[in-house]
Design a binder for this molecule. Sequence first.
Ligand SMILES: Nc1ncnc2c1ncn2[C@@H]1O[C@H](COP(=O)(O)OP(=O)(O)OP(=O)(O)O)[C@@H](O)[C@H]1O
Ligand code: SF4
Ligand SMILES: [Mg+2]
Length: 330
Amino acid sequence: MTAPPGTPAVIGFEHVSKVYRGGRVALDDVTFSLPPGGRLGLVGESGSGKTTCVRLALGLERPSSGRLTFRSDPYPRGRRGLRPLRRQVGFVLQDPYDSLDPRMRLGEIVAEPLRSAGRAVPGRAPGEVAGLVAGQLAAVGLPGADLRAHPSRYSGGGRQRIAIARALIGSPAVLICDEPTSSLDVSVQSQIVNLLLEASRERGLALLFVSHDLDLIGRITETVAVMYRGRVVEAGPAQLVRSAPRHPYTRALHDAVPASHPRERRLARPSAGGAAAGGALAGGASRSGCVFAGRCPRATPRCHSERPPTVREQSPEGPRTYDCFHPISS
Ligand SMILES: Nc1ncnc2c1ncn2[C@@H]1O[C@H](COP(=O)(O)OP(=O)(O)OP(=O)(O)O)[C@@H](O)[C@H]1O
Ligand code: SF4
Ligand SMILES: [Mg+2]
């Protein structure tokens, strides 16, 4: 379910940049929007700025410049200001072993958003909260779970189900998932993906899904923003961008050998016409020219000295943008 055209984005990034101490540019003029009930993927190799977008969208950090909006309003500031936003935004992060406090019990972990939203516990009978938690755990495939158990009793997939239950219990409007399957066994990855898709479709929940895997994004989200070194280099309908990329980096990502863990990620050594292989930050990028010029097989001298403009293109599947002087034609 996506919102009718003209509905304000639930989360909007407008020309957002983030520069960390020491001058490291994590995001450079990033613009995208997530419509209510829509599904947007952020894809890119290690260090491209995906998690930085997530941290900004969760209000954990502030942009160095540009504007973030939540339902058209500027992002709130401070703990109190962020409270209403936190009620509306659930999240599932990469490593369920890190994201669940091992000292807490299942019942406390899943009920946490209700507590921090000030919505439950004082006003509700303990039995009522326990019922909500048990119902939510059943909805994510853990019926009859012992609410007094610690997360250590569960495998990675089970822990990620617990994290999803926690994210959904407050009925948020948005679910942000930062590589939620990349630390899981292949056998459980698709179960978790299906669970997230089901939750998004059934609840009309907007989904911001981060991955390094373009194929996976093509299965999950309607639109995609491809990131490279802090910039969105191509964006548009996910299937179109995956199957007929315009930007040489998108093609290189498409040809990449899938690797589940960030430490193992490399672009594949392509056959004809692909990008040169390299580690996540290998190859020289020039901030005055195209960010991909150091690795691009199509680069010309102009690419090293001028930043390519954002080209807008209309296709039957929807609008697409890309930053390239010499795009791949289909
Ligand atoms: N707190 C920080 N201080 C300084 N630099 C940072 C900080 N957090 C991230 N960075 C840098 O910002 C860039 C983007 O990092 P980010 O974690 O957003 O990438 P990512 O796309 O999520 O990568 P991965 O696929 O490895 O998770 C990287 O170069 C990273 O080293
Ligand atoms: S602008 Fe030039 S260097 Fe950049 S992606 Fe396009 S062809 Fe490659
Ligand atoms: Mg990350």
